[in-house]
Ligand binder design. Sequence first.
Ligand SMILES: [Zn+2]
Length: 121
Amino acid sequence: MRSRYTAFTLGDANYLWQTHHPDYRQGEAPQSSAKEDLGQWEKLQIIFSCDFKDGQAGMVEFKAHCREQSQRQILHERSNFKKVNERWFYTDGEFAPKALARNSACPCGSGKKFKQCCNKS
Ligand SMILES: [Zn+2]
């Protein structure tokens, strides 16, 4: 997750492609390893993260702060990851997700309340 954020900050579209789960990719692979303008990323804030299915899947909710044409933007996403051959791959995500109630069931499926499980805040 952090390495994908770093790739965004570096404009490394190739790395982002390679860490995107093959079943979930859309469009074409980047043509070259040349850096692309993916915006200016300033800060990554992790809201929570959890692993589940014996560490074979994970979820990370984050806010990434970036600047586009001098406008401050915040990308708020809850991303899903799957592990393949001991490597994490991004699958998909939900943009601007609703906040999880502290007493609701944890999204990791543990059966515990969110506040007693993956909630980090
Ligand atoms: Zn959990």
